[in-house]
Design a protein. Structure first.
Length: 174
């Protein structure tokens, strides 16, 4: 099967997702990734996936820079809980976080089941301040970051906390 924007894909039988060959992702600093597309085969509006993939592939690192303050809030929240740990990194400003983030290699494109039913691209990353839960960065319609925080598999904070008032909240402070 071919998906516009990422070309020929193969089905991952374990998950039922379609995976591309490696492609360079500018927003992820040119990193080569395999893009996974979830539930594409059964979706009635596949064009939404094409648009989100195209947006994601044409976004540049400025989209991540716009998310720096939220990722830094996540770091600070973790620092508040774990600052006494010997190996906890010392990060002084939002712009310094990237030396402590390992960008994910397998973005997942999926449609949100609830509310807006838009298509989202979720990237699971590693980060030095929270090695267990990592960092999830989600791009709404592949265009803009709409959620950051520990990886939980949800594409919005409204879904993660079952609270529609959190629609549009990029990082939820505990």
């Amino acid at each position: 099967m071919e998906i516009p924007g990422i070309g020929e894909v193969t089905k991952n039988e374990e998950f039922g997702w379609y995976c591309s060959d490696e492609v360079s992702i500018p927003v992820l600093r040119g990193q080569k990734c395999r893009i996974a597309v979830k539930d594409y085969e059964v979706d009635e509006s596949r064009e939404d996936f094409h648009v989100a993939i195209d947006n994601f592939l044409s976004a540049d690192v400025s989209v991540l820079r716009d998310a720096e303050p939220y990722i830094f809030q996540y770091y600070e929240q973790c620092k508040g809980a774990d600052a006494a740990e010997e190996e906890f990194p010392d990060i002084n400003s939002p712009g310094d976080i990237w030396t402590h983030v390992q960008l994910g290699e397998n973005p997942v494109v999926t449609r949100r089941a609830a509310d807006d039913q838009d298509v989202y691209v979720s990237v699971e990353c590693g980060c030095d301040w929270e090695p267990e839960h990592g960092l999830q960065i989600v791009f709404k319609n592949g265009r803009e970051v709409n959620k950051v925080g520990p990886y939980d598999g949800h594409v919005t904070n409204a879904d993660a906390y079952a609270d529609e008032r959190l629609n549009g909240v990029i990082f939820r402070q505990n």
